[in-house]
Design a protein. Structure first.
Length: 91
């Protein structure tokens, strides 16, 4: 699998696309989402340039949509195949 990840110190030239192991089964209370679409926005730019501090290895897209691919134990709100999207402000 490939995913853009941010190395530290944050800067646009610190974005890289390393090979990562394929995802394992989700843990308790977790789901795996197969992304079908993502976008970059101003928040992602602020993260990538270090304006918003973040941890090493952060994957920057904050907006994405796809479907549930796997469900961990005790997940009751989703089913495999459900369409989902991310939200920056869930409350």
């Amino acid at each position: 699998m490939r995913a853009m990840a941010l190395r530290q110190p944050a800067a646009l030239d610190m974005l890289e696309a390393p090979r990562r192991p394929d995802l394992t089964e989700p843990g308790v209370g977790e789901v795996t989402v197969r992304l079908r679409a993502s976008s970059r926005n101003f928040h992602d730019y602020m993260v990538a340039t270090g304006v918003v501090p973040t941890e090493e290895g952060r994957i920057p897209p904050s907006a994405g949509a796809g479907e549930i691919g796997a469900i961990g134990a005790r997940v009751t709100e989703f089913s495999i195949g459900d369409s989902v999207m991310s939200t920056s402000f869930p409350g």
